[in-house]
Structures are given as structure tokens and as C-alpha cells.
Design a protein around this ligand. Structure first.
Ligand code: GDP
Ligand code: MG
Length: 175
């Protein structure tokens, strides 16, 4: 439902991070409330859209999921164009994906808008027993890079809505 006096924003959001970190699962959980243990690797790019209501505004998220670009930590210019937010995903049970996240942040800082809202997402929080990347490491990196930090699980749904609320709030504030 949209209130008549609410503002309406369309927010292009790009989803980046290493292969297997859970980008597609995150989007699918947010948009459809679904999760698959055997999520098929994304081919090329995928596109999701979802409305989210804040007290003063409704935000339509246009989510650009990526695949295949992971290896090069770089995106085609069309991804950056007009993007309001970027979600950088890693898997807490894999140090390697955290290292890749750092590469993505560098890339976004070079090519993204200087107003880009950036989220560092430590995904797979349900895999706590296999954790390789400590919360403090993620938080510190996010802080140094001007991002906000959140731990999510696409599997249990933990903090998925919170992630997008936080992005929506930060974008709305920037207007
Ligand atoms: P992508 O390559 O970044 O798009 O990653 P996918 O969304 O395809 O996920 C890769 C694998 O990780 C799949 O087997 C998913 O089921 C699994 N996965 C994704 N998110 C989570 C999570 O939060 N917890 C757990 N345990 N597995 C996850
Ligand atoms: Mg994918």
C-alpha cells in the first residue's frame, strides 16, 4: 500500500561478491521469501524488483544480481550507471570470499557514484560453527570503507529485511 503523500523512489541496487557467497539467495529471500540449498549458479545477470515501505516513502528496489563477473571483480559500466546502492556479499565461513569482497569495494570506490550507499553483508550467519571471518574484521573493514555492516542468513532469513530497510533509509536521507 502506498500512502498518497509518500514519496516514491526507484533505487537501482547492484549485488556483488564472490561466486557462492549467496547473492542470488539473498535477493530471492528478500523478494520471494524462498531459499534453495541447491541454488543454481546464476548465468549472466538476473534482475529482481521489490517494493519496501518506510513511514515517509516507498522504495522500489531494482536489484541487479551479477554472475560471471566475479572472477574479474569488475562490472560492465551499465551496472554502475545510476546505481544508488551496492551490496557487497561475502560468506562468513570462507576467508577467500572476504578477500574478494575487499577487491569489490575498491572497484566500487573507483567506478561507483560518490553518493553510493554501500552495505557490507556477512552472509551465511547460520554457519557459525564454520566461521572463518570474525565479526570484528568485517565491522572494521566496513567502517574504514564508509559502509554499513550487517550479518545475514539467506537460509534462515535473519536480517534480510533489515538490510534493505537500512539501505532504503540511507537513500531516503540522501534526497
Ligand atoms: P551466488 O553465487 O553469490 O549467487 O550464491 P548463491 O545464492 O547461488 O548461493 C551459493 C550456495 O550457498 C547455494 O548452495 C546456496 O544454497 C548457499 N547459501 C546461500 N546463502 C546461504 C546462507 O545464508 N546460509 C547457508 N547455509 N547457505 C547459503
Ligand atoms: Mg548467483
Amino acid at each position: 500500500q502506498r500512502c498518497p503523500n509518500c514519496k516514491f523512489y526507484v533505487e537501482k541496487t547492484v549485488l556483488v561478491g564472490d561466486m557462492g557467497s549467496g547473492k542470488t539467495s539473498l535477493a530471492l529471500r528478500f523478494v520471494k521469501g524462498l531459499f534453495f540449498d541447491n541454488q543454481e549458479p546464476t548465468v549472466g545477470a538476473a534482475f529482481f524488483t521489490q517494493l519496501l515501505s518506510l513511514p515517509e516513502a516507498t522504495v522500489k528496489f531494482d536489484i541487479w544480481d551479477t554472475a560471471g563477473q566475479e572472477r574479474y571483480h569488475s562490472l560492465a559500466p551499465i551496472y554502475y550507471r545510476g546505481a544508488a546502492a551496492a551490496i557487497v556479499v561475502y560468506d562468513i565461513s570462507s576467508t577467500d570470499t572476504f578477500v574478494k569482497a575487499e577487491k569489490w569495494v575498491e572497484e566500487l570506490q573507483i567506478h561507483g557514484s560518490h553518493k553510493l550507499v554501500m552495505a557490507l553483508v556477512a552472509n551465511k550467519s547460520d554457519l557459525e560453527p564454520n566461521r572463518e571471518v570474525e565479526t570484528e574484521e568485517g565491522e572494521q573493514f566496513a567502517h574504514e570503507s564508509g559502509m554499513f555492516y550487517i550479518e545475514t542468513s539467506a537460509k534462515t532469513g535473519e536480517n534480510i529485511n533489515e538490510l534493505f530497510y537500512e539501505i532504503a533509509k540511507r537513500i531516503a536521507k540522501a534526497y
